[in-house]
Structure formats: structure tokens, C-alpha cells
Design a protein around this ligand. Structure first.
Ligand SMILES: C[S@@+](CC[C@H](N)C(=O)[O-])C[C@H]1O[C@@H](n2cnc3c(N)ncnc32)[C@H](O)[C@@H]1O
Length: 228
């Protein structure tokens, strides 16, 4: 499952962003949550500090905090310059502007980096990669996947998406994925075929508007749940 760190953009989001992207309620936070592809997000660190139970799984956890931070520092200027060159693609609301975005991403990464060593030791960060996760059936109440599935539809084909969503539905009673648009800012071509494939396996889904938008029109998540 080895992943090359220079192929990864370690750009992580905060607990508040996860709450908005995934419409997380108090009740959602009380159950066991899996964050799939959490990378350098501070969701796990912040949720753990608040007494909640979160496990994050990502192939980049084979690297240590210093290596991930270094990759953040080398990739951030290019990402920020791309954002600056494409103002029509971004909505400033949660993040006030590009400087605020950079501060927020850096803050999340630092919280993650401080938490990683103790979290690894406690098994809260696990090395693993879709489409095969190192967890048992129904181990989690809820699985969240932010900014990986659907977003990278150009890099990962439909079979990968179907297998990945099935795998997430195997390990969790409910799965939420955000966003449903791609990096090219179009609705993922995999979304409807994945929903149809899941329906055949008795898993219903809904696409829901959320109160978070950074990529213009990236304000919907998809929720998958096994029918009663
Ligand atoms: C853009 S980052 C998103 C990080 C975090 N979810 C967030 O929204 O702040 C995408 C993450 O997906 C991870 N990733 C790449 N391939 C993966 C796979 N096959 N399974 C799970 N995660 C993967 C990367 O290592 C990276 O941390």
C-alpha cells in the first residue's frame, strides 16, 4: 500500500469544517467515527480532546509528523498560487480570504502533528488505504470521507469508487462523503453509477446540501445507509 509522499497534498481541515461538511450532530459525535483519508486534518485531535471516539485511516500515516509537515511546507506555495490565479473557482465564507485559508490549514496541520505520535500509539491513527480497510464489519457507527472519493474522479475510476464505498459501508452503519464534485468543479461522473451500484446491494443514498463551500458549488455531501 506504499504511497509516495511527494504525490500527496497534505492539506487538512478542522473539526468545525468536518461538522459543516458532514452536518454532524451531537448524536453523531457520540458514536464511534471513522475518518477515512483524514490526512493532516485536525478532526481526530480536536474530537479526542473533546472526549469523542475517532479513528483516522490514511496511507500517509506511514510517515511521521515531521515528514508530513515538510511536505505541507513544500506543497503549500503552489496550492496557494493556484488558488490566487483562479478567483472564479472559490467562495470565501468560512475562510475569509486566501491568507485566512492558509492560516487555518497550517493550524489544522500543527494540531494534527502534535497529536500524531500519541494517536498512533493509541491506535487512533491507522495506516490503510481504500478499497480495503483494516477494520471489522460494522466496527463504526459513522464513516466520513472528506476530499478524496469523488473529488479525484479523474485519478480513480468507477470500479475503485464502487469498491471503496462498499468497503466503507461494510465497516460503518452510515457513510458520508464530501464533496460530490471533482477538482474540475463538475459533478463527479461516478456519483450516480456508485449510487445505483449501492442500491443493488440494499444501500440507499441521498445527496444533501450542506453549510460549507470553498470550491464554488462544492456544497453537497452524499449519505449512504443500509435500508432497514
Ligand atoms: C486532500 S486530502 C484530504 C484530507 C482530509 N480528509 C481533509 O479533508 O482535511 C486527501 C487524503 O486522501 C488520502 N488518500 C490517498 N489515497 C487514499 C486511499 N486509497 N485510501 C484512503 N485515503 C487515501 C491522502 O493521503 C490524503 O491524506
Amino acid at each position: 500500500m506504499a504511497i509516495k509522499l511527494d504525490r500527496v497534498i497534505p492539506w487538512g481541515r478542522s473539526r468545525r469544517e468536518y461538522e459543516l461538511m458532514f452536518k454532524l450532530s451531537e448524536a453523531d459525535c457520540r458514536g464511534g467515527i471513522l475518518g477515512c483519508g483524514d490526512g493532516p486534518a485536525s478532526f481526530n485531535a480536536e474530537m479526542t480532546a473533546a472526549g469523542h471516539s475517532v479513528v483516522s485511516v490514511d496511507p500517509i500515516y506511514e510517515f511521521n509528523a515531521a515528514q508530513i509537515r515538510e511536505r505541507f511546507e513544500t506543497s503549500a506555495p503552489e496550492i496557494l498560487s493556484q488558488v490566487a490565479k483562479t478567483p472564479e473557482r472559490w467562495t470565501w465564507g468560512f475562510h475569509k480570504d486566501i491568507h485566512h485559508l492558509e492560516r487555518n490549514r497550517r493550524h489544522a496541520m500543527e494540531m494534527f502533528a502534535a497529536d500524531l505520535p500519541s494517536g498512533m500509539a493509541a491506535g487512533r491513527y491507522r495506516i490503510g488505504a481504500l478499497p480495503k480497510l483494516p477494520f471489522g464489519d460494522g466496527e463504526f457507527k459513522l464513516a466520513l470521507c472528506s476530499h478524496f472519493l469523488f473529488l479525484y474522479s479523474e485519478n480513480f475510476d468507477l470500479d475503485f469508487h464502487v469498491a471503496s464505498v462498499r468497503e466503507l459501508c461494510r465497516v460503518a452503519a452510515e457513510v458520508r462523503i464530501f464533496p460530490v464534485i471533482t477538482n474540475a468543479q463538475i459533478l463527479s461522473p461516478h456519483l450516480e453509477p456508485v449510487r445505483a451500484a449501492m442500491r443493488e446491494h440494499g444501500i440507499e443514498s441521498s445527496v444533501e446540501r450542506v453549510e460549507y463551500e470553498l470550491q464554488k458549488d462544492g456544497n453537497e455531501m452524499v449519505r449512504f445507509r443500509r435500508s432497514a
